[in-house]
Design a protein around this ligand. Structure first.
Ligand SMILES: Cc1cc2nc3c(=O)[nH]c(=O)nc-3n(C[C@H](O)[C@H](O)[C@H](O)COP(=O)(O)OP(=O)(O)OC[C@H]3O[C@@H](n4cnc5c(N)ncnc54)[C@H](O)[C@@H]3O)c2cc1C
Length: 439
């Protein structure tokens, strides 16, 4: 007879504590089999076989595996397509319910619909929970029940709802009380990274422990890239190796400015949920689809490689290329430079960041790019164009950041500016204006 289990399917929630879906699974009527799928629909599209994010997931799974072995259980880890994996699981187990946490990306939503139908046909229930955001879907909307498309009023409502008495939005889910309900079995082997065609990159990953001192000082320091005074928690929020509820609880105590950044994260997840077209290559504002991008490939290569002749832009790109991280100020400056100064389609830059950033997250990356290109859901007029030299004076006044990432910038070989700022600014304004006028 096949063992009767419920399944918890890990995705962007790779932790055993304060995990909403896992908590509900463990409180259910059957022992819980933890499952993770290295999804071939995603992995097969990654060209870089030393992708550090795959390695990050792998290392995290190894650690979860050890913890589960200590609880006399084991995670079953697959490399395959989710529909096939669930079919094969159904041959070995009598599965009552599959529990999971919500994922708002377009691919994930389509995948989950498919899995839900497949499971239903076998008499298995599919239940999902909110876990990776504080508020999702319809929870923070306007009085007329439509979604917010501008951040400031959204953030006010977000805070107001959080502050209603006794709402419990930040309560943690005490998974640890129910761990005896994991399905008992001997540890199952994990598939090796190399068996999936990937290799270790040797990248170092930031710690998942929030640095309270840093968060306290965040407001005054976060804008200066040379201080390196941001939390570096992006990758942990992306893969759920920390809980957003715990982090927001810290932010509420320690720093309203840091809290605001976490609200931006919820905001972009909400936008992606209501406007999935943005995750499928479309501008949030349709009118901006008309911009005739120049898309000069030589200039794009110079941008990617940090050879534009604008030291701040180049330093940012080199930090990204060398470490998989780029400070937020630089993300804004480099993105604006690509879309406005070079008039290269922001989607090219978005894709480049998606390939390189360790903390890549579709919702925030797309939101950030559309913000910088002026095509997105904020009130920023397209004629606000960052001046990279002024940004440098303001945010890297003694050149520390530049010297760190651009040791060659005083050499004769360092390139002259790829385009003159005043000329590029006027050109961008003219091109944007003309494109919008045609409508
Ligand atoms: C063009 C562009 C692309 C971006 N791409 C991504 C991306 O792929 N993934 C990503 O997580 N963030 C992205 N951001 C937002 C922001 O730059 C990063 O979240 C931040 O730099 C990550 O560093 P940190 O973890 O030290 O953040 P901190 O400054 O310590 O902030 C803490 C956390 O708050 C969230 N956060 C901070 N700022 C933002 C923001 N503006 N929008 C949404 N969430 C925010 C992140 O989860 C971040 O880890 C992008 C911004 C721009 C302008």
């Amino acid at each position: 007879m096949k063992p009767a289990v419920n399944i918890f399917w890990f995705r962007r929630d790779l932790r055993l504590s304060d995990n909403a879906g896992l908590y509900h699974a463990l409180r259910s009527d059957r022992p819980v089999l933890p499952v993770f799928i290295f999804d071939r629909n995603i992995l097969d599209g990654l060209e870089n076989k030393e992708d550090a994010r795959v390695e990050f997931i792998y290392e995290t799974l190894q650690s979860l595996h050890k913890k589960l072995a200590g609880l006399h259980s084991s995670m079953e880890v697959f490399y395959g397509k989710p529909a096939e994996v669930f079919s094969s699981l159904a041959e070995r187990y009598e599965v009552g319910t599959v529990f999971t946490n919500e994922d708002y990306e377009p691919y994930a939503r389509e995948r989950d619909e498919q899995i839900e139908t497949l499971l239903k046909n076998r008499g298995t229930e599919f239940r999902y929970f909110k876990d990776q955001v504080i508020f999702s879907r319809q929870e923070v909307i306007k009085e007329d029940s439509t979604p917010y498309t501008v951040f400031t009023p959204y953030s006010k409502k977000w805070k107001a709802i959080l502050n209603f008495p006794n709402t419990g939005y930040l309560h943690s889910y005490p998974v640890e009380k129910y761990v005896k309900n994991f399905y008992s079995q001997d540890p199952k082997p994990l598939p090796g990274l190399e068996s999936m065609g990937f290799y270790a990159s040797g990248r170092k990953f930031p710690s998942p422990a929030p640095d309270r001192e840093l968060i306290r000082g965040y407001a005054g320091q976060r804008d200066f890239p040379f201080l390196d005074a941001t939390s570096r928690l992006g990758i942990h929020l992306r893969f759920g190796t920390i809980s957003i509820r715990q982090l927001v609880a810290e932010a509420v105590r320690l720093s309203p400015v840091f809290l605001n950044e976490l609200i931006w994260r919820d905001f972009y997840q909400m936008i992606l949920w209501h406007f999935p077209k943005v995750g499928k290559g479309h501008a949030f504002r349709e009118a901006y689809e008309k911009i005739p991008w120049r898309n000069n490939e030589t200039e794009f290569a110079a941008w990617c490689e940090g050879r534009t002749g604008y030291p701040l832009v180049d330093a940012g790109m080199r930090q990204l290329n060398e470490t998989g991280f780029m400070h937020n100020r630089l993300r804004m400056v480099t993105a604006s430079f690509l879309a406005k100064h070079l008039l290269i389609d922001w989607r090219w830059g978005e894709a480049y960041f998606a390939e390189k950033l360790l903390d890549f997250d579709l919702a925030s990356n797309n939101g950030g790019w559309q913000w910088a290109a002026g095509t997105g859901c904020d009130a920023a007029p397209y004629f606000r164009i960052f001046n990279p030299s002024l940004q440098q004076k303001k945010f890297d006044p003694d050149g520390s950041y530049i010297k760190k990432w651009l040791p060659d910038f005083q050499d004769l070989s360092y390139p002259a500016p790829i385009v003159e700022h005043g000329f590029a600014r006027d050109r961008a304004i003219r091109v944007y204006k003309d494109a919008l006028k045609e409508l």
